[in-house]
Design a protein around this ligand. Structure first.
Ligand code: NAP
Ligand code: GDD
Length: 345
């Protein structure tokens, strides 16, 4: 009997989704290999708890230096690791930033996916090992939506350099599936959030600010378009759908969403409301946060994922906001205590 653990290679391991996926895979007994890019500080905050040895003295998560802009390094790592499953989560993922850094976004988010697919194809060709591949596609590809709700057949009309880059990554993945018979799937994921969400995304920006305002650490928060609507789910639920896609006999493309939509204004109302505050006393509009082109309405139809993968989200909108506010309140409390201690030193 073969007791070799399944090996997964995950790019974007240090990000929000990478951390939840690493937890899910290590929990299922996978040996997880994560790609980590070099920076002047150590960026493993979200995965530190997974970095040691387990009870049996094994190291379930191993980190490898590399970058999506370096094709040679991707080929070398994939050859060395010989993964059974590859999850491509790495991206310049901030939509607003993509307007200021469109070339960089295209290089990492679009061509990065192509580099990784080439490395996977190289392994399949040279060693003959079948590899399953997951591409982190995005609802941002629907952009100026052609229909509501958005489903797998809805045409793409991206509204940002990020969205355009994701459309390229999506179609090149489909193309490698059709051209080379690769078991490659795309998850068209709608917005998903958590206490580990990056602080520049609107949900986390709101929950960080609301909790700091509650404790007197800041007075107000500057936001852009409060009328934009998003289909917000919990990242921990969404990474399960990624894994399920790679367990199917046949690859495919799947919308993953909660099938509910809320505005940024409603998110503010709910988050400040949980703290007994009125968001109207603390939120100010700053045109700097408006985008050159906006995506006004996102609402998914995830019936294919529910039917074929047996997937469904567990955390609803109100629970998600509560989870994020409660975690950030704890952070703000610690910050307030440190400030207090510093003042009395
Ligand atoms: P995230 O928190 O921004 O994480 C992005 C990850 O990519 C980080 O680990 C980052 O590393 C890494 N990365 C960026 N540039 C890289 C490069 N040049 N080489 C290697 N790694 C690089 O994003 P997320 O929310 O977890 O999302 C995961 C994926 O799903 C992304 O592709 C995103 O575009 C896509 N997606 C997200 C959502 C959502 O709502 N969260 C929805 C649809 C699709 P550092 O830690 O060093 O920055
Ligand atoms: N970031 C941000 N900051 N967004 C703001 C602000 C603000 O101060 N004020 C209003 N918004 C609005 C944006 O204009 C947008 O309409 C909405 O809030 C959500 O913005 P983000 O949280 O930055 O997310 P996003 O929808 O643009 O992109 C996220 O979801 C995509 C899936 O649809 C990212 O995670 C992408 O990587 C992902 O693909």
């Amino acid at each position: 009997m073969n007791h070799e653990p399944r090996r997964a290679f995950v790019t974007g391991i240090t990000g929000q989704d990478g951390s939840y996926l690493a937890e899910l895979l290590t929990g299922k007994g996978y040996e997880v290999h994560g790609l980590m890019r070099r920076s002047s500080t150590f960026g493993t905050r979200r995965i530190e708890h997974l970095c040691g040895d387990d009870a049996a003295g094994r190291r379930p998560l191993r980190l490898h230096d590399g970058d999506m802009s370096d094709a040679n390094c991707l080929v070398r790592l994939i050859r060395e690791i010989q993964p059974h499953e590859v999850y491509n989560l790495a991206a310049q993922s901030q939509v607003r930033v993509s307007f200021d850094q469109p070339t960089y976004t295209a290089d990492v988010t679009a061509i990065g996916a192509l580099r990784l697919l080439e490395a996977v194809r190289d392994l399949q060709d040279s060693v003959g090992t079948p590899v399953r591949y997951y591409q982190a596609s995005s609802s941002e590809m629907f952009g100026e939506v052609a229909e509501t709700p958005q489903r797998e057949s809805t045409p793409f009309h991206p509204r940002s350099p990020y969205g355009v880059a994701k459309v390229y990554a999506h179609w090149i993945t489909v193309n490698y599936r059709e051209s080379y018979g690769l078991h490659a799937s795309c998850g068209i994921l709608f917005n998903h959030e958590s206490p580990r969400r990056g602080e520049t995304f609107v949900t986390r920006k709101i929950t960080r600010a609301a909790t700091r305002i509650k404790l007197g650490l800041q007075e107000k928060v500057l936001l852009g378009n409060l009328e934009a609507r998003r289909d917000w789910g919990f990242a921990g639920d969404f990474v399960e759908a990624m894994w399920l896609m790679l367990q199917q006999d046949d690859p495919g493309d799947f919308v993953v969403a909660t099938d509910e939509t809320h505005s940024v204004r409603e998110f503010c109302e709910e988050a400040f409301g949980r703290l007994g505050l009125d968001y109207r006393d603390h939120v100010a509009i700053d045109p700097r946060y408006f985008r050159p082109a906006e995506v006004d309405l996102m609402l998914g139809d995830s019936s294919r994922a529910r039917r074929r993968l047996g997937w469904r989200p567990r955390v609803g909108f109100r629970e998600l906001v509560a989870m994020m506010v409660d975690a950030d309140l704890e952070l703000a409390r610690r910050e307030a205590e440190t400030r207090h201690a510093d003042q009395h030193r």
